[in-house]
Design a protein around this ligand. Structure first.
Ligand code: ADP
Ligand code: MG
Length: 731
């Protein structure tokens, strides 16, 4: 393996060398992704404390967390024997096999957090386990323990001190130094959220040296009490309780308990405190659904305050869609969202009616706490604003920060339960459509033409298959097995996803959300990388030619940056770095290993002179980039496994310092590169998950299969069950 070795001649002046990054640099980048800001480190540490059974957690923060984050808990502590490997990557006490991932209940499980933090900060751990007379203290750097743990006095539990965060990432540190107020506020906000959800937990957070904490809740105060303490009385007074308990094994099983604001609460921004299986997460689809209900039901169309706790079987939540485990996807998401939506709609409507009839009974609002303790909130609490009968479509906010295209997904996916819902939905839908065609969106006629072409080129037979098929599973790396009525088909997932992404790019044109890259990627390097990959097959490589091509393409893309940003949310900064990419399907990020190839396609294959073909080629390039290609690491199932053992035997001569300490026979018995293998397994499992839970549901809603797919091998009919049954009957 090449690691920027000394044996190669020094690079010529004009040619920047592409080198494999040193492992510690790679780790630092990965750490930067998991630990984006100080608040991400706090979240990981607090979750570890909760996993350790803590009932009291105290946090001290200096300079918004950049100088110091100290989290002390009274949990079960860390065993002395575990201290040496505590901060290695993929060390966790919570997971040992891949199958465990399916049933994991704790918050952390990837064993990445502490390791990540040690790559970007100095970490000191003090801990004591039950029954010990004294504790131990030691420190870590770059994934390794720095010295033998020293005995020390300690109180129950663990204290983790993180100092000088991002000390080795100058740019990030500089950027953050001006933001320490903001970071502190984010940390306080995070801890407040935990405080609300965990009633049995006492939690506090203060600035280093400050006498008074910024958050302090005591164990056993009620949720409404905590909300009052943290978000103020006006929020607490406006709360309505919502509950859903749904148990239909054929569609979804879940329980939801929530406290949501009524019409008396006014805010510009939604506050959403969401815990799924006791884990603080985001679910943008759910947030959107709730905002739409508020917009459609309440006259004032204020953004809501929502606290919500959802419990569902752990195997129904996918927390791996996001590097920080923050954004989750749910199995049968549409059903769950639909149920929650109707529940909230019902509550808000009741609340509206109550206002018209009980306007005079303002009295009891003085004692919201009493209400908080009853099973359901009495309606007088909702008194506060007059009800005007406004047609639903007028209540929809025309706020352009909520791109209408995104509503689409849930609108169509949601099972409609009653006729009332139906009317409000139809109204919403039409207003959504109106908003989808305002001037700034699609008045480029070429985009409209391209979208029309998709419609007119759609194959009705295939459309029927795509919208009504059942996904059976992956037959190999490329083909999925589908059942449609009594027919079985093999469908090429790469072709399908490429087309879907292309079509969605055109539909979301100029209305994308952004995926922010954790590190800017210089176009020149990306292009050189891509050219090098291409050249691998060729006999001779001309480095200076590659460099010229790369420079030329960088220049072109820099010139087109404004247009790429405005229409496609592909952000390239003045220095020629790629910084942002568009969200084409919600909750889906493309395989970043394919960025170089994508950038090269943009540079080489786009026809910049003709508007229509320019937009089309860019969309096609995005389609290809975002398609669900097989991961670049070989599939570790079956023969592919060999790849991982061979690599290891090449590597083992140099590396694995950590293990060497334990004994010389260890290296021998362990020939598989487990880290790489785990990475491959995760990548493949994640892809399969995305195919089932993102690709197929989205295809059902959005894909208009082009006629060419009927003949180009995208769909292959493999069997007709009728015929099979007949055969079986004969047997
Ligand atoms: P994960 O939480 O994914 O397992 P982490 O890197 O966050 O990975 O933590 C690694 C391990 O360190 C945990 O599995 C746990 O055994 C131990 N650990 C971390 N923090 C604490 C704590 N506050 N109390 C007890 N054990 C802890
Ligand atoms: Mg953890």
């Amino acid at each position: 393996m090449e690691t920027g070795g000394a044996s190669t001649p020094p690079p010529s002046r004009e040619l920047p060398r592409i080198r494999r990054l040193e492992e510690s640099v790679v780790n630092r980048i990965a750490a930067g992704e998991v630990i984006q800001r100080p608040v991400s480190a706090v979240k990981e540490l607090v979750e570890n404390s909760l996993d350790a059974g803590a009932t009291s957690i105290n946090v001290i923060v200096k300079d918004g967390g950049l100088k110091l984050i100290q989290v002390s808990d009274d949990g079960h502590g860390i065993r002395y024997e575990d201290l040496p490997i505590l901060c290695e990557r993929h060390t966790t006490s919570k997971l040992s096999t891949f199958e465990d991932l399916q049933s994991i209940r704790t918050m952390g499980f990837r064993g990445e957090a502490l390791a990540s933090i040690t790559y970007v900060a100095h970490v000191t751990v003090t801990t004591i386990t039950k029954g010990q007379l004294h504790g131990y203290r030691t420190s870590y750097r770059d994934g390794a323990m720095e010295q033998e743990p020293k005995a020390c006095a300690a109180v129950k539990g663990t204290q983790i001190m993180v100092e000088n965060l991002f000390y080795n990432m100058a740019a990030r540190r500089k950027m953050m130094q001006n933001n320490s107020q903001d970071d502190h506020a984010k940390i306080v906000d995070l801890l407040s959220r935990f405080a609300i959800h965990y009633e049995g937990l006492s939690i506090s957070c203060r600035k280093h040296g400050a006498a008074r904490p910024d958050v302090h809740t005591v164990a056993a105060s009620s949720k409404v009490e905590s909300i009052r303490g943290v978000y103020g009385p006006s929020v607490a007074q406006s709360l309505i309780k919502v509950e859903v308990s749904y148990n239909d094994p054929s569609s979804a099983i879940f329980e939801m308990n929530g406290l949501i604001s009524d019409s008396s609460y006014v805010a510009k921004k939604t506050t959403m405190v969401l815990f799924i299986n006791d884990r603080l997460v985001d679910c943008s689809a759910l947030k959107r659904v709730i905002e739409v209900v508020y917009a459609a039901t309440l006259p004032k169309a204020s953004k809501p305050f929502v606290y919500m706790a959802i419990k569902l079987p752990p195997e129904h939540v996918d927390v791996n869609v996001h590097p920080t485990k923050r954004e989750v996807s749910l199995l049968n998401q549409e059903v769950i969202l639909g149920q929650i939506q109707s529940a909230i709609e019902g509550k808000l409507r009741n609340c509206n009616e109550a206002m018209t009839f009980e306007e005079q009974t303002v009295g009891p609002s003085a004692s919201p706490l009493v209400a908080a303790n009853t099973r359901d909130y009495p309606s007088p609490l909702c008194v506060g604003s007059k009800l005007q009968k406004t047609p639903v479509q007028k209540m929809v906010r025309t706020d352009s920060s909520v791109p209408a295209g995104r509503l689409h997904a849930y609108m169509q996916a949601k099972p409609i339960t009653d006729s009332e819902n139906m009317t409000s939905l139809t109204a919403l839908r039409s207003s959504v459509r109106q908003r989808r065609n305002p001037k700034e969106t699609a008045d480029l006629t070429s985009i409209q033409e391209l979208v029309k072409e998709i419609e007119s080129n759609c194959h009705s037979g295939l459309l029927d298959i795509v919208t009504h098929c059942t996904y059976v599973g992956m037959a190999d790396d490329v083909y999925a097995l589908l059942q449609h009525n009594t027919q079985l088909y093999l469908a090429n997932v790469i072709n399908l996803s490429k087309e879907l992404m292309y079509q969605q790019t055109l539909r979301r044109f100029a209305h994308f959300n952004a995926i922010q890259l954790s590190e800017k990627a210089p176009l020149l390097d990306l292009l050189l990388l891509a050219l090098k990959e291409e050249d691998l097959d060729m006999e001779e490589t001309d480095d200076s030619l590659s460099l010229r091509i790369a420079e030329m393409n960088t220049e072109i893309l820099k010139q087109k940056a404004e247009m790429l940003e405005e229409y496609f949310c592909i952000h390239i900064d003045e220095d020629g770095n790629l910084c942002r990419l568009p969200v084409i399907l919600d909750q889906y990020t493309p395989d970043m290993d394919r960025v170089p190839e994508f950038v090269l396609t943009l540079g080489n294959d786009v026809d910049w002179d003709n508007e229509k073909s320019c937009l089309q080629t860019i969309s096609a390039a995005l389609g290809n980039f975002y398609a669900l290609h097989p991961p670049l690491l070989p599939n570790p199932v079956g023969d592919g496994l060999r790849y991982y053992s061979e690599r290891k035997s090449v590597d083992s001569s140099g590396g694995s310092n950590h293990r060497a300490a334990k004994g010389k026979d260890v290296v021998m018995e362990d020939k598989i590169d487990h880290e790489l293998l785990l990475e491959a397994e995760t990548a493949w499992a994640q892809r399969e998950w995305s195919i089932q839970h993102i690709l197929f549901p989205s295809m059902r809603l959005f894909l208009k299969p082009p006629t060419s797919m009927a003949t180009n091998g995208t769909f292959v009919q493999v069997a007709s069950l009728e015929k099979l049954y007949k055969i079986f009957e004969r047997c």
